[in-house]
Design a protein around this ligand. Structure first.
Ligand code: PGA
Length: 253
């Protein structure tokens, strides 16, 4: 898995029971047809049990979009812990998605707790990082991402999964140039190696307006180990095409 390309979907706050069933069945099929790609879907928490049942026995991993910053059972109304998700068979959790940072003011202090709880529960965290357009235009993209990655130093890691998602590319149809992606992914690799040691296994996914048309080109960029896909993961055919693209990346130029 740490040598494979990953294609993870993020449904965000979308889905209804009836439609999920058909979509998950098709996504499971695509995952099975492409066993060399690690494929997964982060579903809304309320649908995790349905997704797990639907994907049971298939190669499709089921993930969630967040976990509680609290680890232990107790009086935390409305919260769901990493341990609870792990308990029912959830494989991975997105941590620090830009929408969590934007709407819920999540910062490194909260995110390090969430990462710690995922580690303790053996739930694979995928830490999302990325700069805003203003930050990029001000020449601060690498500094912003470095600050977001800094929390990795507080924990010890054998495996690190990061999704680089420029905020301005999420849901906008705008994507960085392949040169910009290559530069940032190379930078993220170097940061992780210096924070976590040379032996750490790394996957750095690109996210932000990945679709069936642009996936092959993005997935062929140096240090792009996969994709985190929002809108296009809500459609079986586009998600299948992205998994396909991850199977056969374009030759590197
Ligand atoms: P998008 O979302 O593919 O719809 O741009 C990506 C994400 O937010 O993970």
């Amino acid at each position: 898995m740490w040598q494979q390309k990953w294609v993870l979907g993020n449904w965000k706050m979308n889905g209804r029971q009836y439609a999920n069933q058909a979509l998950l069945t098709e996504l499971s099929q695509s995952a099975n047809e492409n066993p060399h790609v690690y494929s997964g879907i982060a579903v809304p928490a309320v649908y995790t049990a349905q997704a797990l049942a639907c994907a049971a026995g298939s190669a499709l991993a089921i993930g969630v979009q967040d976990v509680s910053r609290f680890a232990d059972d107790g009086a935390f109304t409305g919260e769901i812990s990493a341990a609870m998700f792990a308990d029912i068979g959830v494989a991975f959790a997105l941590i620090g998605h830009s929408e969590r940072r934007q709407y819920f003011q999540e910062d490194n202090a909260v995110l390090v707790q969430k990462l710690r709880h995922c580690q303790a529960a053996q739930l694979l965290p995928v830490l999302c990082v990325g700069e805003t357009l203003d930050q990029r235009e001000a020449g601060q993209a690498e500094a912003v991402v470095a600050a977001q990655l800094a929390l990795l130093a507080d924990l010890s890691w054998q495996h690190v999964a990061i999704a680089y998602e420029p905020v301005w590319a999420i849901g906008t149809g705008k994507i960085p140039t392949t040169a910009q992606i290559a530069q940032m992914h190379g930078f993220i690799y170097r940061q992780i190696l210096s924070l976590c040691g040379e032996d750490v296994k790394i996957r750095v996914l690109y996210g932000g307006s990945v679709n069936a048309t642009n996936a092959a080109e993005i997935l062929a960029v140096d240090h792009v180990d996969g994709a985190l896909v929002g809108g296009a993961s809500l459609h079986a055919d586009s998600f299948a095409a992205i998994i396909q693209a991850a199977c056969a990346p374009l030759p590197k130029s």
